[in-house]
Design a protein around this ligand. Structure first.
Ligand SMILES: [Zn+2]
Ligand SMILES: [Zn+2]
Length: 260
């Protein structure tokens, strides 16, 4: 079965350092398919713009699409910017990852974790994710649910399912009610089975128990060497839990086993 990396960033994103050609060559060398999901964030603590122009991007990447590359966007979901984001996404894309990078104006990369205790903030994040699913129903798959753990300054960085069961269950319920699915993002997978992967396993298992069936798969690579990061482990995990991977083509899920 051919795996697909459908969460990647090229130099079109402010923090991407790989060129499109480089990324495609790397995916080909690995024998996997690739989709690009450049940033569309109108809110955040950065000086440079993290908002690409989806319309221009789709036009520019028409030729790539004809070659089987998927053209998507990773849209930052916030209450303040949802109108502008929705409007900008009204173009012919393959795939939209919906991600929470900012909670109530606090950028998770910079100031969010400085606002109080870990448990209070983790609950706040998960509650905000729920709100965004309900208020921003224009995405396909919820990106990196464990994103805050990347930047968590506390010794235990994980937001374990067991500790926030109610919050996670509400998120899964809202995803399924709204026809959305969850992404398995391998950014926090280590070559060995680290705490991040263990924590995600329990999250996926709970999603499955709530009725979840499908997942998208993404490395969140910003450089070519990270494409397909730990995909063998991700595949093993999804299989073990009993979930199937899909990629989105023209906003519709297609199982990995089917040819395009
Ligand atoms: Zn992201
Ligand atoms: Zn990303």
């Amino acid at each position: 079965m051919k795996l697909w990396d459908t969460h990647t960033h090229t130099t079109a994103s402010a923090d991407g350092i790989m060129k499109v050609e480089e990324a495609i060559a790397r995916a080909e060398a690995l024998g996997i398919g690739i989709g690009f999901t450049e940033h569309l964030d109108y809110e955040g603590d950065t000086e440079e713009s993290y908002a690409v122009d989806p319309k221009a991007l789709v036009e520019e990447r028409k030729g790539l699409r004809e070659k089987g590359v998927l053209i998507g966007i990773e849209a930052g979901l916030t209450l303040n910017t949802r109108g502008a984001t929705k409007a900008a996404l009204d173009v012919d894309l393959d795939f939209i990852v919906g991600s929470v990078h900012v909670v109530d104006g606090y950028d998770i990369f910079t100031t969010f974790w400085q606002q109080g205790e870990k448990e209070v903030l983790a609950r706040k994040y998960l509650g905000y994710v729920l709100l965004m699913i309900e208020r921003c129903p224009f995405f396909d798959s919820l990106g990196h649910i464990d994103y805050p753990s990347r930047y968590c300054p506390f010794p235990d960085k994980e937001m374990e399912y067991e500790d926030y069961k109610k919050e996670y269950d509400l998120i899964f319920e809202a995803l399924l009610d709204n026809g959305k699915i969850l992404e398995l993002n391998t950014r926090r997978f280590m070559p060995d089975s680290g705490a991040g992967a263990k924590s995600l396993y329990c999250v996926l298992d709970a999603y499955k128990n709530m009725g979840g069936k499908l997942l998208t798969l993404g490395s969140d690579a910003h450089e070519a060497q990270r494409i397909g990061h730990c995909f063998d482990k991700a595949y093993e995990m999804a299989n073990h839990v009993g979930l199937q991977f899909v990629r989105f083509v023209e906003r519709k899920p297609v199982l990995f086993k089917n040819a395009r």
